[in-house]
Every structure is written in C-alpha cells, then in structure tokens.
Design a protein around this ligand. Structure first.
Ligand SMILES: O=C(O)CCC(=O)C(=O)O
Length: 294
C-alpha cells in the first residue's frame, strides 16, 4: 500500500471532485491507465531512436542530482529549446568516453521534446491532459519543459528530493509536473516517491541565474521530512501529477530492469515567468500551450 489514493482516468480528462480533494490534500494524483500502452510504446520507441541517431562525439554531459556538475555546462544551458542527451554518472570514463552501450548510458533527454518531436507533441497535447491541467487551475497553461527519464538498469541515478517550483520559477509558483510511466516502476527499479501534503510547506530553494552563473539559493532551510515519504509505484500508462511545491524524487535503479518515464512540466502564463530561470528559449521558439496553434 502506498497510502495514496489511486484513481482511474476520468472520462474526458477533467478531474473529479474526489481527485480535486486529493490534490488539495496530498499535492499528488496517481491516475492509472491514463495513457494507452500504444502511446507509451510510441514515446519509448521515439526516445530510443533519438538516442540511436545521436553521435556521442557531438557532445554530451553527465546529469546527476546527487553530484551536480551540469550547471556550468553550456550543453545543459542551451537545451531549453532543443533535444539533448544527458548521460548517467558511471557511463563515461575519465577521458569522457562512453563505457556502456548508448541505450544503457542515458540519464535523460531534454528539454523540448514536446515541441520538436511530432510523437511527443501529439501525446503531450492530448485533449484529456489539457482538461486535467485546466481542472487543476492552470488558467493559461504553457508547456515549458519535457524530459525522458531513462533510469537504465544497474546505473540509473537517484533523483534527490526536490520541489519542481525551484527549477521552473514563476511568481506566484504555478508549475505542475505530469509524469507518465512508459514502463512499470516499483521500489525495485527506482519508482517515484513523494511526501503527501508536503506541497503545503514552503518552497525551500530556487535554482536560477545570478550574474551569468546558475546557483541554488536557499529560501527556507527546513529539511524535507523524508521519513514521511511514500513510494509511488506506477504501472505503464499511469500518470502521476505533481504539485510544484510537492517534495518528490526517486531512488537509484540497481535492478536489471529499466524504468523509463516521460515528464512534462506546465506553468501558468498568468503568472510571471522569472527572467533568471535556467531554461531559456530563443525568441522564435516561445512557450506554447496545449492547442496546436497556441
Ligand atoms: O523520474 C524520476 O525519477 C524523477 C522525475 C522528477 O523528479 C520530475 O519529473 O520532476
């Protein structure tokens, strides 16, 4: 038992009264069978094809939330309106050469899959997801960031407990995370965990640009109560919706199974997008909403 109420997919996507009550109480919704397996497979297949086509000599960066090095890296900073490949710690040697097959070396792809790839675009802009976002209060939703989190077998890295509002900053905080299991996840292969109700606590940190450098600023030093965290196992097709101030993360994957997930973050265009956000878009690639012409 996870202690979190699990829901079936509402008919037209809009959250039911029970879902809204759980959202307010817990700051997280687990919606089973929200996306058909065919769409999950199509996303996983596209992700693998992007990695297959990627030439490691074009450049790459290790992405680690436990030993962050990416902040100084142009490769990361320029990925806001591109699709770039980030590698696991342990996938390259001291000279930067891959020591594992590409498909088993990836930490994540990011961060504009939803705008640049037609398959990710179609699944991200499902009408049911737009109805869910509207029902959860995003008046003018803007899809700002998408990632495939690879979690490869054996070396899949941990994602430390964090609040998404620290990384996608608006005033007031408005980000909502839509996390979709592309494969079954459980405690054995590093499923998500979250602290139910923790979204009602303060935003602890912001990660932002100051004088050209990306820095983490502490707003509130109170540690997360990780003893209150619950595991959120999710079968393929399950959507986990995360409030922007909900503390959540995932354990490493030391198993022989991969744990691929797709995650999409939306903010409210009615809130002010902080100019110091790490995530930048070129002027000809503005954030768009759920509609084709938004
Ligand atoms: O997939 C994971 O392990 C973590 C994802 C996450 O933290 C997020 O989408 O905000």
């Amino acid at each position: 038992m996870t202690g979190i109420t699990r829901f079936g997919a509402p008919k037209d996507g809009a959250p039911t009264a029970a879902m809204l009550a759980a959202w307010r109480r817990d700051g997280v919704l687990v919606i089973e069978d929200a996306v058909p397996h065919g769409d999950c497979d199509a996303l996983a297949e596209r992700a693998r094809a992007i990695v297959e086509a990627w030439d490691p000599s074009e450049g790459a960066a290790v992405f680690s939330t436990t030993a962050p090095r990416h902040a100084a890296d142009r490769y990361f900073r320029e990925s806001g309106d591109r699709v770039r490949v980030f590698l696991e710690d342990g996938a390259i040697d001291a000279a930067g050469r891959l020591v594992r097959p590409k498909q088993q070396a990836v930490n994540k792809l990011g961060h504009a899959l939803h705008d640049l790839d037609p398959v990710f675009d179609r699944v991200s802009r499902r009408p049911a997801l737009a109805a869910l976002a509207a029902g959860l209060g995003l008046a003018d939703p803007l899809l700002v960031q998408s990632m495939v989190i690879w979690k490869p077998p054996a070396i899949g890295g941990a994602v430390v407990c964090h609040q998404d509002a620290a990384f996608l900053i608006t005033d007031p905080p408005s980000v909502i995370g839509f996390w979709l299991a592309l494969e079954d996840s459980d405690a054995g292969n590093g499923c998500l965990f979250a602290i139910p109700g923790g979204h009602r606590g303060p935003l602890r940190q912001v990660f932002r640009e100051v004088d050209g450098e990306l820095v983490t600023e502490t707003l509130d030093p109170a540690p997360f109560d990780e003893t209150a965290a619950v595991a959120l196992p999710a079968r393929k097709g399950t959507l986990v919706v995360l409030h922007g101030t909900l503390p959540h993360g995932s354990a490493p994957n030391r198993s022989a199974r991969s744990r691929m997930a797709y995650t999409l973050h939306a903010v409210d265009g009615a809130a002010r997008w902080h100019p110091g956000n790490w995530l930048k878009r070129s002027p000809d690639a503005p954030f768009r909403g759920f509609g084709p012409g938004d």
